[in-house]
Design a protein around this ligand. Structure first.
Ligand SMILES: Cc1cc2nc3c(=O)[nH]c(=O)nc-3n(C[C@H](O)[C@H](O)[C@H](O)COP(=O)(O)O)c2cc1C
Length: 354
């Protein structure tokens, strides 16, 4: 259609139409952006781009409230809050009182229904053991402890070591010179041309696992890395992201980063799937780099058709959002790399002086 219009309408007229359209857009947007009411009206009347997001956030809340809420994410968040209470300086005599009963109940259900993995159960029990050994007693805390004691002995906890707060000085310090780290950051470039070689999957698994060391709000880790290795599948999924034109067929290993909106009870936290998974994705790409593998993050535009197709292909729920794709492979040594000039201190730093 576009090609036909291009042929029929002279260039001068097309330019004039483009200018009118731009002016009309500026007029409309400046009018409707004046207030909450008008912007709502705009997105109700003229533009339904946010509909899917509204539905996904609600679908996430529903899963949280009806299933996960009793399970992993709420448990992870509360255990994290207890850890913060334990390491508080000075530590309060009584803390976590208003959520300790919920926390114990979440653990009971998560272990009974096997929502939580062995590591999560270990972390929760180690922290709860410590908590109950140091916290002052109140009616609520005593009630929570009775509930905990009733099922604590049935929890499998055969993993070595303590999964509870420790001192900073016990952290193993890396032996990396800052210059080496700087070189690594500069060596990681978006690589789009890969050798036709099998990718050692264990290296990608290791990279994903170490990437999960990234910070995550309330330590929920509301994302996962979905590996797509089948060539035909990659060839059908990669082009759904617009930015793969020309190299979609050259991707030997594709990772789809998926965020899980069921991690949250409230809308205010909905952006954390993007923040947490992006922090982990960066670590993932650097971890790949030191293992000899190159990568390219690929934008996942929020478009209904692509979302429907990828959700069907990967069997994702409505509460799950694709955050980005990451192609992985061995770089062709003569393959081109964009210069991609970076911002420096004059443009990346603002020294705020009031
Ligand atoms: C969120 C995100 C989305 C990106 N999407 C694409 C994409 O769709 N296609 C592509 O070729 N590169 C994509 N890139 C790679 C960028 O173009 C690249 O990071 C940028 O030009 C800087 O180059 P460098 O990664 O080599 O430093 C994306 C990068 C990010 C962080």
């Amino acid at each position: 259609m576009k090609a036909i219009i291009k042929k029929l309408v002279p260039l001068g007229l097309r330019r004039t139409i483009r200018r009118w359209r731009a002016a009309a857009s500026i007029f409309t947007v400046s009018f409707f952006s004046k207030s909450f009411f008008l912007s709502r009206l705009y997105y109700f009347l003229f533009n339904r781009e946010f509909d899917r997001e509204f539905r996904s956030v609600l679908a996430g809340r529903l899963v949280h409230l009806t299933f996960q809420g009793e399970g992993v994410y709420a448990l992870r968040r509360n255990i994290h809050r207890l850890e913060k209470g334990l390491l508080m300086q000075p530590r309060k005599k009584v803390f976590g009182e208003h959520f300790i009963e919920d926390t114990v109940e979440y653990l009971r259900i998560a272990s009974a229904k096997q929502f939580a993995c062995a590591d999560e159960i270990k972390w929760a029990t180690d922290v709860l053991d410590l908590y109950f050994s140091v916290v002052g007693s109140t009616e609520k805390i005593a009630r929570a402890q009775r509930l905990y004691d009733a099922f604590r002995k049935d929890l499998k906890n055969d993993i070595d070591g303590a999964y509870s707060p420790y001192e900073f000085q016990s952290i193993q310090k890396p032996n990396i010179h800052k210059d080496q780290l700087d070189i690594l950051f500069k060596a990681r470039r978006s690589v789009r041309w890969y050798e036709d070689r099998t990718i050692p999957k264990d290296l990608v698994i290791e990279s994903a696992e170490i990437a999960a060391q990234a910070p995550s709000a309330c330590n929920r880790l509301p994302y996962r890395f979905v590996f797509v290795e089948d060539k035909a599948r990659i060839a059908s999924i990669a082009p759904l992201a617009n930015g793969t034109a020309g190299f979609a067929q050259n991707i030997p290993f594709l990772v789809v980063v998926v965020g899980d909106l069921s991690a949250y009870e409230e809308e205010k936290d909905r952006h954390l799937i993007y923040i947490d998974s992006s922090l982990a994705s960066m670590q993932f790409m650097l971890a790949l780099e030191v293992r000899g593998l190159s990568s390219c993050p690929i934008n996942w535009p929020d478009m209904s058709m692509s979302e429907r197709k990828i959700k069907e292909a990967l069997k994702l729920g409505y509460h799950e959002k694709v955050i980005m794709l990451i192609s992985v492979g061995f770089a062709v040594s003569t393959g081109g790399i964009a210069y991609s000039q970076k911002k420096k201190r004059g443009t990346i730093i603002e020294e705020f002086s009031g």
